[in-house]
Write a protein that binds this ligand. Structure first.
Ligand code: DC
Length: 222
């Protein structure tokens, strides 16, 4: 029988990478909920909506069309925004728009509908606590600020982009603060989640740790 797996954790802790790899290994579907908040920020910026105007953002969030394809593409109102939503401006914007209760409820409703059945790996900040409180496996994935900044630094380097390590560290710290201190569904570990500190772990090690947790609990994943 298939199960659902929730992966929560701070920015740049590698949740999406792990979720994608796990989805591949288990033949599950990955839902990247951060991409959805990024779409809200992207469209708001495009429409010149003030990112502190929760009411207008909430209405926009209700009506916009967001589609996540099985191969990891993100479509906003039928346009492919997979790359566009990864810009730094959108990362900062997503953290801002995600504080509003009406934006969150519009997204949570969609996420719960998407993962109605089993066989999903959903990553975000409030998956184990709010979106899928009944998920069979809940992971709280963390990593030190320095190791997260280093991963971003290397990612940028691979893309041929220059970045300032100290600046990356500051940005991660700021986003952590914003995500953990907001009133609505702040990032926190669900009581029944298992914390994995990935600072010193490879992707393979994290994936096999989660797969062994599934086995330990006697869940079958197909
Ligand atoms: O995972 P990410 O970096 O793509 O997420 C972008 C922002 O969206 C992040 O700053 C916090 C917010 N977010 C959220 O509030 N709840 C989620 N379930 C996922 C992301």
């Amino acid at each position: 029988m298939k199960i659902n797996i929730a992966i929560d954790g701070p920015s740049a802790s590698g949740k999406s990478t792990i979720a994608k790899r796990l989805a591949n290994e288990l033949s599950y579907i990955h839902i990247d909920t951060g991409a959805m908040y990024r779409c809200v920020a992207y469209l708001a910026i495009k429409r010149n909506i003030d990112l502190s105007d929760g009411e207008t953002l909430g209405k926009m969030a209700e009506t916009m069309d967001i589609a996540l394809s099985v191969d990891g593409k993100v479509f906003l109102n039928q346009t492919d925004v997979t790359e566009a939503i990864r810009q730094e401006e959108i990362s900062v914007g997503a953290s801002k728009v995600s504080i509003f209760a009406n934006v969150r409820s519009a997204m949570v409703r969609r996420q719960q509908k998407m993962a109605q059945a089993k066989g999903f790996i959903v990553d975000g900040r409030d998956i184990g606590t709010v979106v899928l409180p009944d998920a069979e496996i809940k992971i709280f994935q963390t990593a030190s600020v320095a190791s997260r900044a280093l991963r971003r630094f290397k990612e940028n380097q691979n893309k041929g982009l220059n970045s300032d390590f100290e600046l990356l560290k500051n940005e991660i710290e700021q986003r952590d603060y914003q995500d953990t201190h907001r009133k609505e569904s702040p990032l926190r570990k669900a009581e029944d989640a298992i914390e994995i500190d990935t600072s010193e772990m490879t992707v393979e090690q994290v994936v096999s740790k989660i797969i062994s947790l599934i086995a330990e609990r006697n869940y079958f994943y197909d």
